[in-house]
Structure formats: C-alpha cells, structure tokens
Design a protein around this ligand. Structure first.
Ligand code: PGA
Length: 253
C-alpha cells in the first residue's frame, strides 16, 4: 500500500501575511487527513518563515526549484540543495513544466537537478508531462518516456528515481481548469509505472506517482481513486486552506 501524498505548489504567490494565514488554516485542518503525507512548497524567500510556523505540525516543507550545482559558488540568483536543507525543506519540485517551458530547462538539466537533490537527502518531486500538441499528435508516452529516460540514462539516475516522487502533469491541464479525465491520467500513470518496472519491480511497486493539473476539491476523489494515482501536486487550489484540505481529505479516504 503506497502512502498518498498531496503537495501544494504555491508558485510565485504569497506575502508574509498570506503565508501566516494559509499555514494556520492548513495546520488546523490537517489532523483530519490521517495517513496522507501533506507537503507545502512556498517560494524560497518564505521557506524560513514556513518552517517556523510548521514546527511540530504534520506538514512537510518543500521548495519549487534548486540549482544543479551543490556546495557554494558564483551562481548569481541560484539556491543550492544544502541551503534548502538548511531552511528545513525535505522536498523539492524538479522540472516543473513552467521551469521547462518558460526558463528553458532541458531534460538533461532536470535530470541533473534530481540527482543533486536526491544525493543531498532531499526528495525530488520530478514533474513530467506533455504539451497539448504532443497529446493531440499521439506523442504523450514518447514525451513522458523521454523525460524519464533523461534520468535513467545517467549512472546515478535509478538511485535518484528511487528517492523521488513523480508528478505527471499534462501541460494543457495546468492552471487551465481543464483536468485530464481520471482515465486519461490513469493511462499515463500506468505507463510510467510500467516503465519503472523495466528498472525494477520494487521501484515500480513503491513509486508514488502524483497527478497534477487543475486538481480541485470536486475532482480529487475521482482522480485519487484510480489504481496508479497516489495523490496530487496542486497549484491554484493549494492557495486556499479549505480547498487544499478538502483535497487532502480526498486522498485520505
Ligand atoms: P494547477 O497547477 O493545480 O493550478 O493546475 C498544478 C501545477 O502546476 O503543479
């Protein structure tokens, strides 16, 4: 039995006041989400504040990105895995489609980031997913397979994947209100698991694969009810405590 995960990706949203209010709401309601691993991923600058507010709460902290170079150095504007750990983060989102598409992160760079994060003891939340035109031209599996292969082609790749959570996020469903149907999502999740089984059956059986893309309180239970969907990566709906908690409860039941 895989333990479900619900992770909130706050993206570039928040302020000190907003973080306090949102986390107070989440802390209050999270006790009703027994058995679910709940994670919030605020912007870097609020990690420290969030870590203090979450002390003793059953909510883990994650970041949204990291530098592919560990240690310290001349990398203006970047944040290292060690800094994230120092701030109390245990997870980090890697290869979100906004990083891939707006900031040009390649499959190889994403793989490097996942390897560096895993080696530092962070749990990478590795995002994969196809663009609308790729789905429409029947290339979904090819694209998702290529994104996973970038990691598997690396010597340290399988070890990094073992420590990772995978998030399938069809790009056309992110922030659009257009969710993949549970069947569409399940199909790709099963494909990902089958791909992992080529490395090891244990890896495939244990891997937690989240769905992301317009998950809301109204559609979460149906999505999470599918055999290979182990929870969700939530954008917009993670910014409202009530919605986020309703999604967490859907994962618990
Ligand atoms: P959304 O975002 O829930 O707002 O669609 C999901 C994500 O980008 O992780």
């Amino acid at each position: 039995m895989r333990r479900p995960i619900v992770a909130g990706n706050w993206k570039m949203h928040g302020s000190r006041a907003f973080v306090s209010e949102l986390l107070a709401g989440i802390k209050e309601g999270v006790t009703a989400c027994e058995g679910v691993e709940v994670i919030v991923c605020p912007p870097f600058v609020y990690l420290d504040q969030a870590a203090s507010l979450l002390e003793g709460a059953r909510v883990a902290l994650g970041a949204q990105n990291l530098c592919q170079v560990s240690g310290q150095g001349a990398y203006t504007g970047e944040i290292s895995c060690d800094m994230l750990r120092d701030m109390g983060a245990g997870h980090v989102i890697v290869g979100h489609s906004e990083r891939r598409n707006i900031y040009g992160e390649s499959d190889a760079l994403v793989a490097e980031k996942a390897i560096v994060a895993a080696a530092a003891g962070l749990t990478p939340i590795l995002c994969v997913g196809e663009l609308l035109e790729e789905r429409e031209s029947g290339q979904t599996e090819q694209v998702v397979g290529r994104q996973l292969d970038a990691l598997l082609q690396r010597e340290e790749g399988a070890a990094a994947l073992e420590k990772s959570v995978i998030a399938y996020e069809p790009v056309w469903a992110i922030g659009t209100g257009r969710t993949a149907t549970p069947e569409q999502a399940q199909e790709v999740h099963a494909y990902i698991r089958q791909r992992l089984a080529q490395i090891s059956q244990n890896l495939a059986d244990g891997a937690r694969i989240l769905y992301g893309g317009s998950v809301k309180p109204g559609n979460a239970a149906e999505l999470f009810g599918m055999a290979d969907i182990d929870g969700g990566l939530i954008g917009g709906a993670s910014l409202k405590a009530g919605d986020f908690l309703a999604i967490c409860r859907a994962a618990a039941s």
